[in-house]
Design a protein around this ligand. Sequence first.
Ligand SMILES: *[C@@H]1O[C@H](CO)[C@@H](O)[C@H](O)[C@H]1NC(C)=O
Ligand SMILES: *[C@@H]1O[C@H](CO)[C@@H](O)[C@H](O)[C@H]1NC(C)=O
Ligand SMILES: *[C@@H]1O[C@H](CO)[C@@H](O)[C@H](O)[C@H]1NC(C)=O
Ligand SMILES: *[C@@H]1O[C@H](CO)[C@@H](O)[C@H](O)[C@H]1NC(C)=O
Ligand SMILES: *[C@@H]1O[C@H](CO)[C@@H](O)[C@H](O)[C@H]1NC(C)=O
Ligand SMILES: *[C@@H]1O[C@H](CO)[C@@H](O)[C@H](O)[C@H]1NC(C)=O
Ligand SMILES: *[C@@H]1O[C@H](CO)[C@@H](O)[C@H](O)[C@H]1NC(C)=O
Length: 246
Amino acid sequence: MDRAFSFFMFVHCLMIFSVNSENNINTDQSALLSLKSQISDPKNMLSSNWSTVTSVCSWIGVTCDSRRHRVIALNISDMGLTGTVPPQLGNLSFLVSLIMSRNVFYGNLPKELGNLRNLQQLSMDHNQITGVIPEEIGNLNNLKNLSMDNNQITGLFTVNLFNKSSLEYLSLRNNELSGYIPREIGNFTMLKKLYLQNNTFTGMHIVCFRCELNSNRGIKKNNNYFCPRMIGLRYKYVSKYRIFYF
Ligand SMILES: *[C@@H]1O[C@H](CO)[C@@H](O)[C@H](O)[C@H]1NC(C)=O
Ligand SMILES: *[C@@H]1O[C@H](CO)[C@@H](O)[C@H](O)[C@H]1NC(C)=O
Ligand SMILES: *[C@@H]1O[C@H](CO)[C@@H](O)[C@H](O)[C@H]1NC(C)=O
Ligand SMILES: *[C@@H]1O[C@H](CO)[C@@H](O)[C@H](O)[C@H]1NC(C)=O
Ligand SMILES: *[C@@H]1O[C@H](CO)[C@@H](O)[C@H](O)[C@H]1NC(C)=O
Ligand SMILES: *[C@@H]1O[C@H](CO)[C@@H](O)[C@H](O)[C@H]1NC(C)=O
Ligand SMILES: *[C@@H]1O[C@H](CO)[C@@H](O)[C@H](O)[C@H]1NC(C)=O
């Protein structure tokens, strides 16, 4: 092998290495630093703690996978943070759990959250999120828990957004969702709990859940009409743990 070729291979390996190194813990770090730089942090929860002198994995609210050394959970709930949700969070590609509850995050949710393909839990309850839930949230095939209570989310409640067989817990209380509760939601076979109280749904809409075999136990009626009648019995989906609140 001549020297030129060896040198070529060496450079090639270096290039591969640098391409890989772009998508590593530094990606996670820069995503979190973007978040930090875009929010106000009056209680100084992050200001000195999220420092590049220490590893991202030791930052408050951050959990890493020990094997891959990537950020898998971010829990910055109840830290008094104010700001918008930055699109860079969509770069946390290994994230399984994103919890930003009980802060003052406002504005629209970035569509980039739909890039978080490993995400199982997305909790942004008790903030001031406005606008519609981006369609891209429907791309999250592993999402089990979506919790957005107490925001000012508007738009129709369409199944496109939650067309996920993985969804077990969906909570959107105290928002401004409108339109009808789609019948298709009765087909979400994994759904165990659904909370939709205090939205601005219109009309007398009847949703019949296949799983409500056992009686009306656990069903509450609020402003919206709910029909606990069974249609098209499918016994395998019957579970006493399924509770739906409207
Ligand atoms: C940041 O906070 C974490 C969790 O409280 C703590 O373990 C860590 O030592 C802190 N790091 C710095 C640099 O203060
Ligand atoms: C998130 O952090 C808050 C505050 O530290 C804690 O109370 C809560 O249990 C955490 N949630 C999860 C799912 O770890
Ligand atoms: C992170 O995300 C932003 C916005 O979504 C993008 O412009 C940027 O190139 C990404 N950065 C990295 C390091 O992947
Ligand atoms: C889903 O998230 C909400 C808000 O963070 C939490 O209260 C609830 O216990 C979670 N549910 C499940 C089943 O993990
Ligand atoms: C919902 O998911 C099913 C099965 O994955 C797919 O065929 C259908 O097109 C999806 N509907 C929407 C509105 O995304
Ligand atoms: C209903 O939701 C709105 C926000 O959409 C909130 O301001 C109001 O306090 C909620 N009402 C109740 C009874 O929880
Ligand atoms: C619900 O599922 C049943 C059985 O798979 C199907 O026939 C029906 O069309 C579905 N309904 C809706 C509204 O998606």
